[in-house]
Design a protein around this ligand. Structure first.
Ligand code: NAD
Length: 237
């Protein structure tokens, strides 16, 4: 399978490094100085490519989706920080009949962590002596804050906490790839759940798994849909 990358920074480079282990060949890369356009030259350069993998910047996502739609290429979007434009991207995908998979976090571990957090929230929301909180810690270069992952954790906790908004605190310092804590604090004790990424390879591999899954499919999907389809464990019930 051949893919092209949109964004060739920290994530794009790791996607390229991991791709051969999934039998995927990266044939082109688009960046800030060479953005994706739906012109004839690009169409020729991308002949044989079945999908684009986007780890770029939030401002570029809608233009990339528009170009992908015009080029009839599926799109896997790892870029975060464009939540307010999701409906536009969904509409573009549906109108063009291309497939899109997006996730704020393509790590299998994080997607299992979502499930654990949701179970904990379900249990602890019934006990009003515990105050819930989320903390996200990323390297100093991360642009968006809170992280898309922290927002997704809060969205899932809200299923059990209702109107009570779970606070998120953020730390942008150092070089750690990503840490998320979910805590429940009472006068007597604290319950902590932690996910700590050791490196970015798991994120790249998840995005590539989604790229293989979306081939031949259409419509707008979350990575959870991919995992629910591929893994024996039921992540959503
Ligand atoms: P980075 O700053 O290292 O790289 C960004 C890349 O985007 C650069 O190559 C830059 O040239 C390119 N770019 C900028 N404008 C562009 C444009 N108009 N068209 C095409 N490319 C353009 O960033 P990174 O660490 O690789 O992260 C990229 C994005 O992925 C961020 O939004 C980050 O939050 C997100 N991310 C998501 C996951 C996930 O699992 N979903 C994991 C890690 C990072």
């Amino acid at each position: 399978m051949k893919v092209a990358l949109v964004g060739h920074g920290k994530m794009g480079r790791i996607v390229e490094e991991v791709a051969p282990s999934r039998g995927i060949e990266v044939v082109d890369r688009f960046t800030r100085s060479c953005p994706l356009r739906a012109d004839d030259a690009t169409r020729r350069a991308l002949s044989g490519v079945s999908a684009l993998v986007d780890f770029s910047v939030p401002e570029a996502v809608v233009d990339t989706a528009r170009a992908a739609a015009e080029l009839s290429l599926s799109l896997v979007i790892g870029t975060t920080g464009w939540q307010d434009r999701v409906d536009e991207v969904r509409a573009l995908a549906e109108r063009a009949g291309i497939g899109v998979v997006r996730a704020a976090n393509f790590s299998l571990g994080v997607n299992i962590f979502y499930r654990l957090v949701e179970q904990a929230a379900k249990l602890l929301a019934t006990v009003d002596t515990y105050d819930p909180f989320i903390h996200d810690w990323h390297h100093r270069f991360k642009l968006d804050s809170p992280s898309g992952t922290a927002l997704e954790i809060r969205r899932r906790m809200a299923r059990h906490y209702g109107d009570r908004e779970v606070p998120i605190t953020c730390q942008r310092s150092g070089y750690v790839p990503s840490v998320h804590w979910v805590g429940f604090d009472s006068e007597a004790d604290t319950i902590h759940l932690e996910h700590r990424a050791r490196n970015r390879r798991g994120l790249a591999d998840g995005a590539l798994l989604a790229t293989q899954w979306i081939a031949g499919r259409s419509g707008f999907h979350e990575f959870q849909d991919v995992l629910t389809d591929l893994l024996p464990m039921d992540l959503d019930s």
